[in-house]
Write a protein that binds this ligand. Structure first.
Ligand SMILES: [Zn+2]
Length: 1015
């Protein structure tokens, strides 16, 4: 593939737009802090020197106290409530985090403080005693007490292990958008001023510390915690220069104290909190860091230390006892080295003295300058988090507004690393399908939405991480890998230690590629939609000594991308790229060979969602649209990106009326879920000994089809299905439209509103399993409105329908199914299910006790027979499982005859599933115990199912005849396969006269069978 940026898109010649002059405030922190483990509290004192480099006069000032997020009524805890998360709102006082500002002065004067987001206290506003003009400085002094929460979230504490992040009152950013005061939320991270940090920590003598910066004085505990063979620990004491120099500097007439001179480190200026030496059993460690926007640290007396070094950068790894397998023996060290090596290629030399990689309390990982706190030591996590030291740490974006610029960027470089090492394209396609699914379902939100405004965490992460990475990937595919490296390296070189935004990155990309990219970043960052180009026509002609191909390209999606086109023929390939702005465009392509194939976006690099309209020729036999093959009946239809899978499988079945039937089944799907279809065709039956011949009319064969999520009007219609059946004496057509009305598109519970139209009829009663259908020839049409909630601990499905039958019936029908589920720790789970259904009907002029046609009544043992029409092994009398086959729905009192339908029915069933047992050959078995009770009304004797002998029918007369059954079952499945076979033994039924197989005793061997997961 040529890397493409077509000339047509380069109309706008390059003139990098000049942003207003950006500034960065000059900040330095001198901090003293003492961790008292007996009261689990850190006491701190800080002196912050702040120079206003902006052109504005500042009248107030903001600090972030982010540990206050991890307590009730914080903005975070309250936002969580909207998502049903109560973690921090319900946290007990002893477990909460806090950060209490105890004293604050500006240039020695007390100031007024206010809490603009109260009851949230993660932001405090100070009213400056005097306005701070451009170029002038102030010194803030403050004391505070702080404690992380026991529920870890990018900070935390457990026993003597403390992950200190966001642990000190931190100066908010003042930039072009003025004060960036922002409460902390679950969605979104941080934005801070670059600063110099000089921090003295007073801790128990046995604590081992990892931190941002270099330990310039005191012992962090590494040597004594070192794993065997570590060698001499490199503390890098001299990195920031000797500890001498003036304690105060004077600039522009402003005297500012506490800022160490650049390469001449001053002695730690005492703030009065840690006077004298360390107490007995305590120690002090002084850390120094420059050009960082946060100082994080983690401490535990149990840490084990390993060190490494790459190109002059020290690597400090601190892991926990028991981690040796995953972290130890140099594993985490080497992976951190690998990350530094790769990142120095992608961006440039690592500018800090060290990188510290600690095993934090929480899983996952969080980035800090010079430091990552990780829950594991995988190469991908280390690449991601150490990558953040570049994108977020050194190239410091505002993570509330432009998370794509650090999360998307680091996800991109991580995937790029693995791609270069053989992972191939699959990871991009996986990311793509996650994003496309949200876009096609209309659930995507813009990448530049303010983080906490995403409707849920899953969408935030899909847009920021996944789509963010894909944006960089598409840029790389357009630019080519060499130019992409030039972009990333130039971006780093120009913006090292700067705040960055879209403009900064885009202007570098435009400069390197010498193209305007407003269209690209504009649409991918700020809007939603899909790319879809399709071939409307191809015409190949010979003109003199060349072949001329006219390619009609239609734009069917909202997004515009350059369109790569590939012509193939005579063993040759011609690649070109055309602009994709117009809705329809004809492109003329000359080739020395005769093209026999044309494909748009052959490399799948533009996120063109529908590749089914990208190929010419496109017939079902060409192979360019359908990947045909033999089906694996136990597996799902494969999910290809460039073609739809089409799978065939031979079938055979039999029944009493039709004899032995040969057939074929076809399944197809695109990208797993789109335009999914199942077709089963049966030939005319063959009469054979024992089966067939009962029919007076020869059935000409049968056809069943189910089409789900079809592509209509250029989009898949998720939730739409069309189902049809003709043959074996019956016909069915059903149209269902279901709309996802969930409050949160990705999280449980999911809610769906449903409307459906069903047309069904019987024309050959000899195929019908006794009792399941009203046997005389008739037809019916029924409409239904429904609602379904699934996921979460309970689910419900209600439906209300009305129908007309050609046997002069008008009926109404309603059903309700509710389910409660619970799972235990040892793998057992239990479910309680309530079903209620009723039909009422008028038959001619009279109210009919029989209700709706029999097939629309309530079935005691399982779902209605319309559902069973899809299954040739159970739909007709004399089929393999005509009495034992079980379909979902209905009363679910297993063990009763599947032909027992009642106008009104209420059942309550309970089921427990055990932990899976391994059977060998990859098979697993899940044991089940079930029981159910129900009451039902009996039908009118004239319409009673034939399994009810007249005497039994008489006895059941009237409402409230009781039913009950109990039994055990086992479900068997193969590990990879979604398909499971379930075999149930309802050994007890309360009224065996209407049981399936064996009506001569309440307790005896009966069985039912079902197949689930087959799609
Ligand atoms: Zn990240």
């Amino acid at each position: 593939m040529p890397h493409f940026l077509p000339a047509a898109l380069a109309i706008l010649t390059l003139s990098p737009q000049q942003a207003p002059e950006a500034w960065q405030q000059d900040v330095s922190y001198r901090m003293e802090a003492r961790l008292d483990e007996d009261v689990q509290t850190l006491t701190g004192r800080a002196r912050v020197a702040y120079t206003n480099e902006s052109p504005d006069t500042l009248r107030d000032f903001y600090l972030h106290l982010y540990l206050n997020a991890f307590r009730p009524n914080s903005a975070w805890a309250r936002a969580d409530l909207e998502h049903g998360i109560r973690t921090f709102q319900d946290l007990a006082p002893a477990d909460q985090g806090f950060e209490r500002l105890e004293r604050v002065t500006v240039d020695g004067e007390a100031v007024r403080v206010s809490w603009p987001y109260a009851p949230d206290s993660t932001v405090v506003r100070l009213t400056l005693p005097e306005p701070l003009p451009p170029g002038a400085g102030i010194v803030l002094d403050y004391d505070w007490k702080a404690r992380p929460s026991t529920v870890a979230r990018r900070q935390g504490r457990r026993g003597r292990h403390y992950d200190f992040a966001q642990w000190y009152p931190r100066v908010a950013v003042y930039d072009l958008e003025r004060w960036r005061d922002h409460p902390l939320y679950r969605q979104g991270e941080f934005y801070s001023e670059f600063a110099t940090y000089d921090v003295t920590l007073d801790v128990a003598a046995d604590q081992v510390i990892g931190a941002t910066g270099v330990p310039v004085e005191g012992d962090p505990g590494w040597a004594s915690a070192a794993a065997p063979g570590t060698g001499t620990v490199d503390l890098q004491r001299d990195w920031y220069g000797a500890t001498e120099g003036p304690p105060c500097v004077e600039r522009d007439g402003v005297r500012t104290c506490g800022i160490p001179a650049q390469r001449d480190l001053a002695p730690a200026r005492p703030l009065g909190l840690l006077d004298g030496g360390a107490a007995a059993g305590r120690k002090r460690v002084r850390w120094h860091a420059e050009n960082v926007h946060h100082f994080a640290w983690s401490t535990s007396p149990d840490y084990i230390y390993e060190q490494g070094s790459w190109n002059g950068t020290a690597i400090h790894v601190l892991y926990q006892p028991g981690d040796r397998e995953e972290w130890g023996d140099g594993k985490a060290v080497r992976r951190t080295e690998t990350a530094l090596q790769w990142l120095s290629v992608v961006f440039g030399p690592y500018p800090y003295p060290q990188v510290t990689n600690v095993h934090r309390i929480e899983g996952g990982g969080t980035e800090f300058p010079m430091m990552v706190m990780n829950g594991g030591a995988s190469q991908s996590l280390i690449l991601h988090e150490v990558g953040h030291i570049y994108t977020f740490g050194i190239l410091a974006n505002n993570e509330w507004y432009e998370g794509w610029l650090d999360e998307g960027f680091t996800s991109f470089q991580t995937a790029w690393f693995f791609e270069e090492r053989g992972a191939g394209r699959s990871q991009w396609l996986g990311n793509e399908s996650r994003v496309l699914d949200l876009e096609l379902r209309g659930k995507a939100e813009p990448v530049t939405l303010q983080a906490e405004r995403y409707s849920e965490m899953g969408i935030y992460s899909a847009m920021i991480y996944t789509k963010g990475a894909l944006i960089f990937w598409m840029l790389r595919e357009m630019a080519g890998p060499e130019k992409m490296m030039e972009i990333t390296r130039t971006f780093f070189e120009r913006y090292e230690f700067r705040h960055v935004d879209q403009h900064a990155f885009q202007s570098v990309a435009e400069e390197v590629l010498r193209r305007d990219l407003d269209w690209f970043f504009g649409e991918w960052l700020h809007t939603n939609g899909v790319v879809d180009y399709g071939l409307d026509g191809v015409d190949v002609r010979r003109e003199r000594d060349a072949w001329v191909t006219r390619v009609d390209v239609a734009r069917r999606g909202e997004m515009r991308m350059p369109v790569p086109i590939r012509l193939t023929g005579e063993g040759m390939v011609h690649d070109t790229v055309v602009p994709g702005d117009r809705l329809h465009a004809e492109h003329v392509i000359r080739t020395p060979f005769r093209p026999t194939g044309v494909r748009l976006d052959p490399g799948l690099v533009t996120m063109d969602w529908n590749a089914l309209d990208n190929a010419w020729p496109a017939g079902p036999l060409s192979g360019s649209v359908y990947a045909r093959g033999l089906d694996d009946p136990l597996g799902s239809v494969p999910a290809y990106r460039d073609r739809a899978a089409l799978r065939f499988f031979p079938l055979a079945w039999f029944n009493d009326a039709g004899g032995i039937v040969g057939g074929v089944q076809a399944r197809t799907a695109y990208m797993g879920d789109i335009r999914r279809a199942l077709v089963r065709v049966g030939a005319p039956g063959i009469e054979a000994a024992g089966v067939g011949g009962a029919s007076s009319a020869v059935d000409p064969g049968s056809l069943y089809f189910l089409l789900e999520n079809p592509i209509l009007f250029d989009r898949p219609r998720f939730g739409m299905s069309i189902e049809g059946f003709a043959g074996e004496g019956r016909g069915l057509f059903r149209l269902v439209g279901e709309r996802d009305v969930s409050a949160m598109p990705l999280s449980a519970p999911r809610r769906f509103a449903r409307v459906s139209l069903t047309v069904a009829g019987v024309y050959g009663g000899e195929y019908v399993v006794p009792g399941r259908w009203t046997p005389a020839s008739h037809g019916e049409v029924e409409g239904e409105l429904g609602f379904r909630q699934e996921g979460g601990p309970w689910s419900v499905d209600v439906g209300l329908g009305a129908g007309l039958s050609t046997d002069d019936r008008v009926y109404a029908r309603s059903t309700m199914t509710g389910e409660l589920r619970a799972s235990a720790r040892d793998g057992w789970s239990a479910a309680l299910r309530l079903f209620a259904g009723a039909t009422v009907a008028r038959h001619g002029d009279a109210q009919s006790a029989a209700g709706a046609p029999r097939e629309r009544q309530m079935f005691l043992s399982g779902g209605d027979p319309l559902v069973a029409l899809s299954d040739p092994w159970m739909r007709s009398a004399g089929a393999l499982w005509d009495e034992e086959g079980w379909v979902s729905g209905g009363g679910q009192i297993l063990g009763y005859h599947p032909g027992l339908s009642l106008p009104k029915l209420v059942t309550l069933t309970a089921e427990a599933e055990g932990a899976p047992m391994r059977l060998g050959l990859g098979l697993q078995a899940w044991p089940h115990v079930f029981a159910g009770v129900g009451v039902g009304s009996s039908p009118e004797p004239t319409d009673a199912p034939p399994i009810l002998s007249p005497s039994v029918a008489d006895e059941l007369d009237g409402w409230r005849h009781p039913y009950a059954s109990a039994g055990v079952g086992v479900e068997v499945g193969e590990g990879r396969s979604p398909v499971r076979l379930r075999f149930d033994v309802p050994f007890f039924v309360a009224d065996p006269r209407v049981a399936t197989r064996g009506r001569d005793g309440r307790v005896r061997f009966r069985w039912t069978v079902r197949i689930s997961g087959y799609r």
